[in-house]
Ligand binder design. Structure first.
Ligand code: PMP
Ligand code: GLN
Length: 380
């Protein structure tokens, strides 16, 4: 059969490649971002209870009402801003589905989308599938700061969307209030939509704060925010998340959502609706993950890796230029096969696969796992 690939340059995602390699070599897996500790038993019990109580059929298309209300309440508590549970919040199958749906609903052939690189890997294929054109802005190790003059230069009437991700995967950086104000000024009075991927909103360290797009009134008006319960509640395998945005934009989102997935897992929504109401279930996360970052960094402080401590997320990038001049993909593979530690090479997220000799390590792991990995890394 003859067919033309719609994504000719796309190969298997690096998360699968490194995960499989890690399994094969029984390595310590700090590659794909997921915790190796359990989700709260209280939440698991709430899911079982919902299943046993008969919540096993299709949920309403936008999500269980109680959960949408709990999400709205969270925005009110954390950011003193409101989203209407009636038409501005949709529960999704992870942030991934929300992102795919936003891009599919708005990007048409030749539309330009500004993307900051290194970028998490699910945005670009979705843009390409819809015929859009990625306009990359490459950020540089070690501080990965945005030069807004550079963004200004590529911004035009063709810019249909800007994707931001703060806190940022893979770099572990956050946008400052000034960054958000620059974005707000740049897009004011334009038709540009902003996709703000905020899945790590609860994991911010060292006194930095999360500057959600919803805190900036003119920005909020044009922005979709995506979130992931998997990241927040240590159960990435449940694939639960949500998307919110202004009513007029959500109207288009919902048109795609209804045929893309229609609705998502009912018992988990029932459980999350209760669990999310208690802010103690997420407001410990910054302290919790900062402590893990510190354990990891303290244990590798005498190694030959260079690093700037992550300000957020559960990832730390390390530069190995003092250890090897190998390409980062080759070095990451050798780190698994010869030394037994799996990581993610950053070049796969960069423009033209720029290789700055940087690897990403996930520190959402038990202390013993982090110490074991650090011991190996310190021998290199
Ligand atoms: N965005 C970013 C920046 C991520 O790191 C991830 C991975 N969790 C996602 C989106 C996707 O989230 P989910 O697993 O909820 O689909
Ligand atoms: N978000 C996870 C990470 O960055 C990966 C999720 C996936 O494998 N698609 O590691």
């Amino acid at each position: 059969m003859n067919h033309i690939s719609k994504l000719p340059d796309i190969e298997t995602t690096i998360f699968t490649v490194m995960g499989n390699l890690s399994k094969k070599h029984k390595a310590i897996n700090l590659s794909q971002g997921f915790p190796n500790f359990k989700s709260d038993q209280k939440l698991i019990d709430l899911v079982s209870k919902a299943m046993n109580s008969g919540y096993n059929q299709y949920a309403p298309m936008l999500g269980v009402r109680e959960l949408r209300e709990a999400i709205a309440e969270k925005f009110d508590k954390l950011y003193q801003t409101s989203y209407n549970p009636e038409n501005e919040i949709v529960v999704t199958a992870g942030a991934t589905q929300a992102i795919f749906t936003i891009i599919s609903a708005f990007i048409s052939p030749k539309d330009e989308v500004i993307l900051f690189k290194p970028a998490y890997d699910c945005y670009e294929p979705a843009i390409e599938l819809n015929g859009g054109k990625v306009i990359p802005i490459q950020l540089k190790y070690p501080d990965y700061q945005v030069d807004w003059d550079e963004v200004n230069k590529v911004f035009s009437e063709k810019t249909k969307m800007i994707v931001i991700n703060t806190p940022q995967n893979p770099c572990g950086t956050v946008f400052s209030k000034e960054d958000m104000q620059q974005l707000e000024a740049l897009t004011r009075d334009t038709n540009c939509i902003v996709l703000s991927d905020e899945v790590y909103e609860h994991m911010v360290f060292d006194g930095f704060t999360h500057q959600s797009a919803c805190l900036f009134p003119d920005l909020k008006e044009r922005t979709f925010i995506t979130a992931s319960f998997g990241k927040t509640f240590h159960n990435t395998g449940w694939k639960m998340g949500y998307c919110c945005g202004p009513k007029e934009l959500m109207k288009e989102f919902i048109k795609v959502h209804q045929f893309n997935v229609y609705s998502v897992n009912t018992p988990m929504q029932m459980a999350l609706a209760i669990y999310l109401q208690d802010e103690n279930n997420y407001n410990y996360l910054s302290v919790f993950f900062q402590q893990k970052r510190d354990v990891f960094l303290e244990a590798i402080k005498d190694s030959r890796f260079n690093f700037t401590p992550s300000r957020a997320t559960y990832f730390q990038v390390l530069n190995y230029k003092n250890i090897s001049q190998e390409h980062d993909v080759g070095f990451a593979k050798r780190l698994v096969t010869e030394f037994g530690v799996a990581s993610i090479p950053l070049s796969v997220f960069n423009t033209n696969n720029l290789d700055e000799k940087v690897l990403r390590f996930c520190f959402a792991k038990k202390e013993e796992t982090l110490l074991k990995a650090a011991e190996i890394l310190s021998t290199l």
